[in-house]
Design a protein around this ligand. Structure first.
Ligand code: SAH
Ligand code: SF4
Length: 341
């Protein structure tokens, strides 16, 4: 798919043509320009030749999770995951969350993360990020459903690709295009302060921020997340506090529960001390085993959660989505594994 060229091509046409093209692409969710019936045939033919809309992908479906393996123009592959919560026809509204990748691989190499072990290939361009969402918007259209939430929790560190991530959000947020409300986006970061959290604090965008903490002290955090040597817990929390001061928005702290690594009562108490702030909340995430570590037992997670609650910390729990398709949000399989999936 080539989204880059289509606006340039249409710049030579009367203004309303771009409006029609954007409606066709982002609202009618056409899969090739011939379906954009509002446009004259000659224009459709040019667009089809110069800015093709096909997205090459393989899908793997398991219960409420769908994993798409997208092939990029240069042959590299990325994963995007759709998580469906609440089934169709149930009284509670269906939520369809798309978990997008921001990079091919990741340079940060956190020891528990499959993407980290792949190494880093390159940043994704804005259109490549947008394409991931369009892929599932088209998929859901066939089921008469819509994408409701977009989370940057796939491969890569979004704040190492800040401009393209924000560019994609602006495109998807555009009222004349896809028009997904800002509140429906979430960015997860290890805590890149300069050029990341600090930058986001300045944007006039009401998107959600999530921070991967995973340990309550620097010694442990540095062991599992090398980036902590640069962005220590104090530095991350200072950036978050400044962000909250500017935006008045809640911030989620992600904490994956890894057996005998970060799940003791002592660690829960230490974490409680850091997290007892009005707009902070902790999300305990079951670890999806992708390497040497193992997930904490449900009893351990329950105890950990109770300690936080008793200390007055806001805490939620997320279950592992998509174990069946070898990975989901933030727990994506390595390239080799993908090919055999
Ligand atoms: N690079 C960003 C965003 C992508 S990862 C970040 O690290 O925040 C999204 C989330 O999934 C992070 O909280 C990450 O720590 C978590 N994650 C990574 N591997 C995981 C695994 N095997 N099981 C569960 N969560 C995992
Ligand atoms: Fe990169 Fe996030 Fe994985 Fe760490 S957890 S290696 S930052 S994708």
């Amino acid at each position: 798919m080539d989204l880059e060229g289509f606006e340039n091509l249409l710049a030579q046409e009367p203004k309303y043509r771009l409006v029609q093209a954007k409606k066709a692409l982002f609202q009618d969710l056409i899969e090739n320009w011939n379906q954009a019936v509002a446009l004259p045939l000659s224009l459709r033919e040019r667009l089809d030749k110069e800015c093709p809309l096909e997205i090459t992908a393989k899908t793997f479906v398991a219960q409420d999770t769908v994993k798409a393996l997208l092939t990029l123009e240069d042959g590299l592959k990325i994963e995007t995951v759709l998580m469906r919560h609440g089934s169709t026809g149930s009284p509670q509204a269906t939520r369809n969350t798309v978990c997008v990748s921001s990079q091919v691989g990741c340079p940060l190499g956190c020891s528990f993360c499959a993407t980290g072990r792949m190494g880093f290939k390159r940043n994704l361009g804005s259109p490549e990020i947008v394409a991931q969402v369009l892929f599932f918007a088209r998929y859901l259209k066939k089921l008469k459903e819509k994408v409701t939430n977009i989370v940057f929790m796939g491969m890569g560190e979004p704040f190492l690709n800040y401009q393209n991530v924000i560019g994609a959000i602006r495109t998807l947020n555009d009222p004349t295009g896809f028009h997904s409300g800002a509140r429906h986006f979430s960015i997860s970061t290890v805590g890149i302060a300069e050029g990341g959290i600090a930058e986001l604090a300045k944007e006039k965008l009401q998107i959600n921020l999530a921070v991967s903490l995973h340990a309550p002290n620097d010694e442990l955090r540095s062991q599992i997340m090398k980036i902590n040597e640069k962005y220590s817990i104090r530095r991350v929390l200072d950036a978050v506090d400044d962000y909250i001061k500017k935006t008045k928005r809640r911030v989620m702290f992600e904490y994956i529960m890894i057996k005998d690594v970060n799940d003791s009562a002592k660690e829960a108490e230490e974490l409680a001390k850091l997290m007892k702030k009005p707009l902070y909340f902790v999300n305990l995430i079951s670890y999806n085993q992708t390497g040497i570590f193992k997930p904490s037992s449900p009893a351990k997670i329950k105890r950990f959660k109770e300690i936080l609650e008793q200390a007055g910390v806001a805490v939620t729990q997320r279950y592992r989505f998509g174990r069946e398709v070898e990975g989901a949000c933030g727990q994506l399989a390595t390239g080799d594994k993908i090919d055999t999936a």
